[in-house]
Design a protein around this ligand. Structure first.
Ligand code: FAD
Length: 264
């Protein structure tokens, strides 16, 4: 058996960006005030994208609203969430279980996923994710969990070996297709706790919905702790777009998040 993982990792790997020269050209061609009179978000590119797209709807460049915080809060309050779909952030998540990603990929609107394949990648010697509840559990629970995954890992490796002889190599033109046939059958004995890696891109509207659903006290603790990592990263990156989420600590020490403006 490989490593036993207790903490997921979330790497923010892609962010939105604005081509300010082209924005300036557009504003000049339309004869409206330039930056910063029209686009008050300034250096905050996530808020600027919301502002540029929202102002286009009414060609209201250079008009209305006290400042950018007031402008964004008004979008959130009035649930004008479609403009947040222009702003994308991509994360790589590692050290997460297959049960977590099974829940994660249920989020459809505005999400893109690329997950490590159990058909192409051999899981021998792979890692497993311990459910967070085990951290506070007694030794008996830990022994039961660890022996179950050790047994699954041994079964997987034995099955890969057995299937390598049972499935004829000659049936496939390519060795890689032979290996794929072996692994896609052998993975049937791997548990939900099997570690996986996934690249997830979503727009701000979708991330807000994900955090609201998975940051709730009703969500599974593993995906909730990942949702909190995502929220903390996005609050740093785009405070105006995620600043209305309140983080609270539950009696068990885990955290929850709830937005002021629900499902925009
Ligand atoms: C605490 C908790 C417990 C859960 N338990 C279960 C469970 O026991 N079994 C289970 O199967 N799932 C369960 N789920 C998953 C849940 O049902 C959703 O599939 C998941 O949360 C994704 O939510 P969503 O559909 O709103 O998100 P997304 O797919 O990202 O969609 C976002 C929003 O877009 C709109 N939308 C998206 N697709 C469509 C569409 N095809 N038609 C119309 N509108 C659309 C909806 O308004 C939707 O809310 C649970 C989720 C949570 C948070």
């Amino acid at each position: 058996m490989g490593r036993l993982i207790t903490e997921p990792k979330a790497y923010l790997v892609t962010k939105p960006s604005v081509d300010w020269e082209r924005v300036a050209a557009f504003l000049a061609d339309e004869g409206v005030p330039g930056v910063p009179q029209s686009i008050r978000a300034g250096e905050d590119e996530s808020a600027a994208i919301a502002e540029i797209s929202a102002r286009l709807c009414y060609m209201s460049y250079g008009r209305g609203r006290r400042d950018i915080a007031d402008f964004i809060n008004n979008l959130l309050r009035s649930k004008d969430g479609s403009v947040f779909e222009h702003i994308n952030y991509g994360f790589v998540f590692t050290g997460v279980s297959r049960s977590l990603t099974h829940e994660l990929v249920r989020h459809r609107a505005g999400f893109a996923f690329s997950q490590r394949s159990q058909r192409y990648v051999d899981e021998s010697g792979g890692s497993f994710v311990a459910p967070p509840a085990l951290a506070d559990a007694d030794d008996k629970s830990r022994v039961v969990f660890e022996s179950a995954i050790e047994s699954a890992a041994r079964s997987y490796e034995a099955l890969v070996e057995a299937l390598a002889s049972a499935i004829p190599r000659e049936r496939f033109d390519l060795a890689t297709d032979h290996r794929k046939a072996i692994r896609q059958a052998a993975r049937a004995v791997l548990p939900n706790a099997t570690e996986t890696k996934i690249f997830v891109t979503a727009n701000v509207r979708a991330w807000r919905h994900f955090i609201e659903m998975r940051g709730s006290a009703f969500a599974d603790v593993e995906i909730r702790s990942l949702a909190m990592m995502v929220l903390e990263a996005l609050q740093r990156e785009a405070p105006l777009l995620f600043g209305d989420f309140t983080i609270e600590e539950l009696p068990d020490g885990t955290k929850t998040a709830a937005p002021k403006y629900s499902k925009v």
